[in-house]
Every structure is written in structure tokens, then in C-alpha cells.
Design a protein around this ligand. Structure first.
Ligand SMILES: [Zn+2]
Length: 439
């Protein structure tokens, strides 16, 4: 390992600032490589390539065969340790190495695929399953990545976790940092903080610091703080550990299906870390012989926040937009992981498209009618299925999985209208109002 470290230190003098001193209980930091095509930059820690500033990622796992892995997973399904129960850490041979005793887990990504017949009818397909990440401990898909980010931050003796966010990311960070006994700090754009949205984060004991500027300014500042202090772990989706945890959604989904891939996996797209992670997970599963093929991925954005869908359709580079949509979790105009996302869609013959806010809210009602419910952003996936069917990309007989990203209580600001007038306080009035509503 020493030899590897020395080589990596030499790759770029600036990279030496983030070497692995202070690691504890880790088998040595794994090498990270630049995710930009043709760059070749390497680092052992950090969130940006020392050569080009692009995003970093871990190389694919090697040296373990399919049969051995399937056997290990079968054994673990009977296990009761936190590491064996977790829908992320049970795949730990496919993650950067960490002593299981150091894992910070809240039983994340233990999610059953659920049939959604009314949603299927809405989408125009015969059969549709949902993978509802709202069932995670902090109520969103972010937990699968956050358990890995915080476990490694704790192992390298970070004193505090930091992120720029006021939504699902900050809630997930706050929960896992609390579990690790680590301080948690959120950088929030001044004036852009809604008490309601940040309430969950505060409940886990995190601290919110408001800063001048917008979200992009806050993220830039967070990354600068992380680069300046080794005691601070920045856990926005630029953190490559987040992607490693998030990719386990692909493994968990395949394992439940006897390692048979669905035809399509459809998911909402905001910052595009999720599709980048999912694509990486499916590719690694195929390379390891765990999956029989790659599912096609479809990223669905809201029309008012669709720079990636636009770039995908035109073939041009992404042009940031001023984002506007009811789906707050995907209200992102300048998605940081768009190049990774494009690479993943190309690899699986996937595609990206946009749907209107109205279509999102209709799809959300359909998901609600299956008794499942979700935050508005999640429903973009089902709205996307309907568009794929309308466009003839889907014939209706395909095996489709929708990823729902957040719990129905995550964004309570979008509610259906109430009855305009109070009902008279009589049995007859209530019964007749009920009959009228049901129509
Ligand atoms: Zn690079």
C-alpha cells in the first residue's frame, strides 16, 4: 500500500494535501480516479481531480467471483449484525474497504420491490414495480450513500460533516453524523431557508449556518472548507463515497429479482448523482457476472428544471438554467454530475426526458392510489413511464421499475385542494358530501 500511496502523491503536488494521514481502522485509502474521459488524474482523497477539477470516482471492484459473492450474500441474509442487515454494507466486498466494526449504519436500503397496479395502469404498462427509497431511515434515497460517506469520514477521524443543502441531503447527513457522534453543519443560502424543510435536520441536532448567495455559492464554499481542513468531511454528492453507497441500490434491486435485470429502470433526475451511481452499480454487477444484462435507464426531469434532458436530446453540452418546478427535490438548474450521467445513459442505451409539473402531480395521485405515496419529485419517474409509452418507446409489456426517491411527508407544501366550504354538522350533510367527493 505504501508504494501506491507514494505513486499517488507524486501524481500531482496539490493532491498531497489530501493524503491519508489520520486514517483509522481502514485498510488504507483506495485510489480514486478522475471521472472525466481521458484525464487520467488520480487522488487518494477529496472531491475534485487535482489535474482538471472534475469529479473523482472509485475503480470497479475486482478479484471476487460471482459464485463466492452469491454464497456470501446468502450467508449474510441469515446474519443479524448491522453490517449484514444493511442493504448497503451487505455488499461490502464491492465497496471501498472498511473494518465492519467501524460501519455507521441505520439499516438503510432495506427496501422491498413493490407491485403498483394502479400506477402501472396510469403509465400504460401491464406490470410496474416501485423501489421506494422513502422507506429509508431519514426518508430519502440519500441514506444509501450517506452511510458510506459518514462511515469513512468517522474512520478518518473527521470531527464534523458539512454540506450545502436544505433538503434531503442535509437530513441524511444529520442523521448519520448524529449516529457517528460527529458534529453536523449545513451551509444554507441566506433567505432561502424554509423552517419547515430544515426541521428534520434540526431534529437530529445539526447546526445550520446561513451564508450569502445561492445554493451554488454555498456548495462552492463547502468544498473550499473541506479542502482547507482535514477535520471537515464534505458530504455533498461530489463525495465519491456517496456514489459507492448509492450504487448498492442496483445490487439490492437485482438480488431481489434473482439477479435478473428489469427492462427499464426509470428515475427522477436533479443533480444526477443518483443515475450516475445506479448506472455504475449495474455496470459493475454485469462485469462481475451478477446481472444477466444492463437495464435501460431513463432519467426524468421536470420541464422547468430540465437542462440535462435538453442536452441529451440535442447532443450538446449542458447549459445551466434557472430552475422552476413544484418538485423541490429536483429543482436544480446546474446538475454537477451531468457528465457521469451522460456516460451511464450511453452505456445502457438509456435516455432522458422532461415532464410537466401537471404530469408529475397526476402521477403522484396515481402512486397515492396504490397506497404508496411519495414526494412530488419521485412521481416524475411514473410520469416519465407514461411519456415513454405515449412515444412508443415502451410497448406496454416491458418489465419496468420506478425508483421513488422520497417519503410522502418530505414535501408537504404541495397538497391537493380542500373542500371550499365547511360541511354542516349533521350526519346527512357528511354522508352527502362523501357521496359527492367520491364521484
Ligand atoms: Zn481530471
Amino acid at each position: 500500500m505504501e508504494k501506491t500511496l507514494a505513486r499517488l502523491r507524486c501524481a500531482d503536488p496539490e493532491a498531497a494535501a489530501g493524503t491519508g494521514a489520520g486514517w483509522d481502522g481502514v485498510g488504507g485509502p483506495e485510489p480514486l480516479r478522475c471521472a472525466e474521459a481521458g484525464c487520467g488524474g488520480e487522488a487518494i482523497d477529496g472531491t475534485a481531480c487535482p489535474r482538471c477539477g472534475g469529479l473523482l470516482e472509485f475503480a470497479a471492484p475486482r478479484g471476487i467471483g460471482r459464485e463466492a459473492l452469491v454464497q456470501i450474500l446468502r450467508e449474510r441474509s441469515k446474519g443479524s449484525s448491522a453490517a449484514d442487515r444493511s442493504g448497503v454494507w451487505r455488499y461490502r466486498e464491492l465497496l471501498p474497504h472498511l473494518d465492519p466494526a467501524r460501519i455507521v449504519s441505520l439499516d438503510e436500503n432495506e427496501i422491498p420491490l413493490q407491485e403498483a397496479p394502479r400506477s402501472a395502469a396510469f403509465g400504460g404498462v401491464e406490470r410496474l414495480n416501485v423501489y421506494h427509497c422513502g422507506r429509508n431511515p431519514s426518508g430519502s434515497f440519500k441514506d444509501a450513500g450517506m452511510t458510506v460517506a459518514i462511515s469513512f469520514a468517522a474512520a478518518r477521524n473527521s470531527r464534523a460533516a458539512l454540506c450545502a443543502s436544505t433538503g434531503n441531503t442535509s437530513a441524511a447527513m444529520a442523521a448519520y453524523a448524529a449516529r457517528a457522534g460527529m458534529g453536523a453543519f449545513v451551509l444554507a443560502p441566506a433567505g432561502g431557508v424554509s423552517q419547515a424543510k430544515i426541521a428534520q435536520t434540526l431534529a437530529y441536532g445539526a447546526h445550520v449556518l446561513t451564508v450569502e448567495g445561492d445554493f451554488d455559492d454555498a456548495l462552492e464554499l463547502a468544498r473550499a472548507v473541506g479542502a482547507a481542513s482535514r477535520e471537515v468531511a464534505v458530504v455533498n454528492s461530489v463525495d465519491p463515497y456517496r456514489i459507492e453507497g448509492q450504487k448498492c441500490v442496483a445490487f439490492a434491486l437485482l438480488e431481489q429479482r434473482g439477479w435478473r435485470a428489469p427492462d427499464w429502470v426509470v428515475l427522477p433526475g436533479g443533480n444526477l448523482g443518483n443515475v450516475s451511481a445506479l448506472g455504475k452499480g449495474f455496470r459493475e454487477a454485469l462485469a462481475l457476472g451478477l446481472a444477466d444484462r444492463l437495464p435501460r435507464l431513463c432519467v426524468v426531469q421536470a420541464e422547468g428544471a430540465a437542462p440535462f434532458a435538453k442536452a441529451w436530446q440535442s447532443g450538446a453540452d449542458l447549459e445551466p438554467v434557472k430552475a422552476q418546478t413544484v418538485a423541490s427535490a429536483i429543482r436544480i438548474g446546474n446538475p454537477v454530475s451531468w457528465r457521469k450521467a451522460r456516460r451511464e445513459l450511453r452505456a445502457c442505451d438509456g435516455l432522458a426526458l422532461a415532464v410537466s409539473d401537471d404530469e408529475i402531480l397526476q402521477a403522484r395521485r396515481a402512486i397515492g392510489s396504490d397506497g404508496l405515496g411519495c414526494e412530488p419529485a419521485s412521481a416524475a419517474s411514473l410520469a416519465g413511464v407514461r411519456v415513454l409509452r405515449r412515444q412508443g418507446v415502451l410497448s406496454g409489456g416491458e418489465d419496468v421499475v420506478c425508483i421513488l426517491t422520497g417519503h410522502v411527508l418530505k414535501d408537504s407544501s404541495v397538497v391537493e385542494p380542500l373542500t371550499p366550504e365547511p360541511v354542516a354538522k349533521s350526519v346527512d350533510a357528511v354522508l352527502s358530501a362523501m357521496l359527492k367527493e367520491k364521484k
